[in-house]
Design a protein around this ligand. Structure first.
Ligand SMILES: [Zn+2]
Length: 288
C-alpha cells in the first residue's frame, strides 16, 4: 500500500469526508506534547509525511535517507572499475562540509581558509532567508562562513590522479514524471550546492568539479538512462549496472515502506513520535 502511494493521509481522508481537518496528526501530537499551539499545521499529505519537515517522522526519514545512500555508495564502491582511482567520501548525519578537511586528501585539493574566503564571496550575493535573519544579525561577519561550513551534503567523489571532484546528492521527490525529475529537481539540487562548487573551482582552479544527483521520484520511480550515466561518471563497471539499478530501486521502496509503516503505527496506535534526532542536519525539503 505504501509503495503504491495510497496511504490514508488526513488530506486524503478529508476529501472522502472521513475527517474534519487536513492538519498533520503527527505534528499535532508532537506540538501538544511540548505544550505548543497547533495553529498553522502543515497539511498531512503524502509528500509531508515522507519529509523531514514532519515532526513525527523526521527521524525515520533521515534514517531511511542515510540507509539508501549508504547502500548505494557501498554497491558503487564494490562495482568500481579495478583501475579507477576515484574515492568515495560519504558523510553521515553528524558531518558537515568541514568534516572531509580532517582527512588527508582534502587539504591537498585546496586550503580550507582559501575555500572559506571564496565561499564567502559567493554566499554574500545570496539573499538571507527569513529563518536565518536572527543568526545573521547576531554576528554578520561570521554568518556566511559558518553557514557555508555548516551545510550538509551527502558525499564527495574525488579522483586525485585526474584532479576531478564531484559533490554527491541523493534526493527523493514526490513527483514521478521523468521530465520533471530530470530537469526541475536536477536544477534544484544543483542550485543548492552552487556555492560549494563555485568556491571549490575558485580555490582549486586546476581541478574540475561537478555535481552528481541521484534523484528518485514518487513510488520509487527512477530515470534508468540517467542513473546509468551517473554510474558511468563514477567509474562503475558496465556489467554491474543492471544489478545496481535493481538493488537501488528495492532499497528505495523498502525504506519508503519503513517510513509509511511508522506513520501508520503512530496515527493508529497514538504512539508519541520521536522528535529528537537530526532534523537540524537535514533540510525540510528532504523527502524519502
Ligand atoms: Zn507532520
Amino acid at each position: 500500500m505504501a509503495v503504491a502511494g495510497n496511504t490514508l493521509t488526513a488530506s486524503f481522508l478529508t476529501k472522502i469526508r472521513n475527517m474534519q481537518s487536513t492538519g498533520c496528526r503527527l505534528c499535532t501530537i508532537a506540538r501538544e506534547a511540548r505544550g505548543e499551539s497547533t495553529d498553522g499545521l502543515a497539511d498531512e499529505t503524502h509528500g509531508h509525511i515522507n519529509s523531514a519537515g514532519c515532526e513525527g517522522i523526521a527521524t525515520k526519514v533521515t534514517a531511511a535517507h542515510h540507509s539508501i545512500l549508504r547502500h548505494l555508495y557501498d554497491s558503487m564502491h564494490a562495482a568500481q572499475k579495478p583501475k579507477s582511482k576515484l574515492k568515495f567520501v560519504m558523510l553521515d548525519k553528524a558531518s558537515n562540509m568541514g568534516t572531509p578537511w580532517r582527512r588527508e586528501e582534502f587539504p591537498r585539493i585546496c586550503n580550507k581558509d582559501d575555500l572559506a574566503e571564496k565561499a564567502q564571496d559567493i554566499e554574500v550575493t545570496k539573499p538571507i532567508k527569513k529563518s536565518q535573519e536572527a543568526r545573521y544579525n547576531l554576528d554578520p561577519a561570521s554568518f556566511f562562513v559558518n553557514h557555508f561550513w555548516g551545510r550538509r551534503l551527502d558525499g564527495f567523489a574525488i579522483n586525485e590522479a585526474l584532479q576531478i571532484g564531484f559533490v554527491l546528492e541523493f534526493k527523493r521527490s514526490t513527483d514521478r514524471d521523468e521530465v520533471f525529475l530530470r530537469e526541475v529537481k536536477e536544477a534544484e539540487a544543483n542550485e543548492q550546492h552552487k556555492s560549494i562548487i563555485g568556491a571549490r573551482k575558485a580555490a582549486a582552479p586546476e581541478w574540475e568539479f561537478g555535481q552528481i544527483n541521484f534523484l528518485v521520484g514518487n513510488r520509487g520511480s527512477l530515470v534508468e538512462s540517467d542513473f546509468y550515466t551517473k554510474l558511468k561518471q563514477l567509474d562503475v563497471q558496465e556489467l554491474e549496472k543492471d544489478k545496481l539499478f535493481a538493488n537501488h530501486v528495492t532499497q528505495v521502496c523498502e525504506a519508503h515502506n519503513r517510513v509509511i509503516v511508522s506513520f501508520l503505527q503512530q496515527v493508529q496506535g497514538g504512539t508519541r513520535p520521536t522528535t529528537e534526532g537530526s532534523r537540524e542536519n537535514i533540510g525540510h525539503d528532504v523527502h524519502l
